[in-house]
Design a protein. Structure first.
Length: 151
């Protein structure tokens, strides 16, 4: 099927209702295997969407549920009239696995989906580190993964 890089629609409403606190909740990244059977996009609502389709990556030293994202920074820019989230690159250490994308989700809030990402091609590691590179935030968060702007 397909993975489309998207912020999940459900996340937008849940953010406004106070479900997500990206500064204190446990936010995780799970890998979506190569050639998944499901479709992942802005309509993805939960990490269980991936596991229910048996589409999470697997392999040696890869743990179901993925990794905690340990470096999340929230910034407010008065000059840019926006707030944005910077997420550091995530390293899956010493794994043997392949993935076409990933899901970022909030394990503190019933595994609710935040975003899905298509890697553009299959990335793999064999007894090595698999690094998911996150975009730099840019000036005033212009290229941040998550940004809220007051135009």
């Amino acid at each position: 099927m397909a993975i489309t890089t998207s912020i999940c629609n459900s996340f937008l409403g849940e953010l406004l209702s106070g479900t997500h606190n990206l500064g204190s909740h446990t936010i995780k990244m799970a890998l979506i295997k190569a050639s998944p059977s499901g479709t992942y996009n802005d309509e993805t609502t939960n990490y269980s969407d991936v596991t229910g389709n048996s589409d999470e990556a697997s392999g040696s030293n890869y743990s179901a549920g993925g990794n905690n994202l340990d470096s999340i920074t929230i910034t407010t820019s008065n000059a840019g009239n926006r707030a944005f989230v910077d997420i550091a690159d995530e390293v899956f250490s010493n794994v043997t696995t392949s993935a076409d994308g990933c899901i970022i989700y909030n394990s503190s809030a019933s595994n609710k989906a935040i975003a899905v990402f298509n890697f553009g091609s299959t990335i793999s590691a064999t007894s090595g580190d698999l690094t998911v590179s996150m975009p730099a935030t840019g000036t005033n968060g212009d290229t941040a993964v998550i940004r809220i702007a007051n135009s």
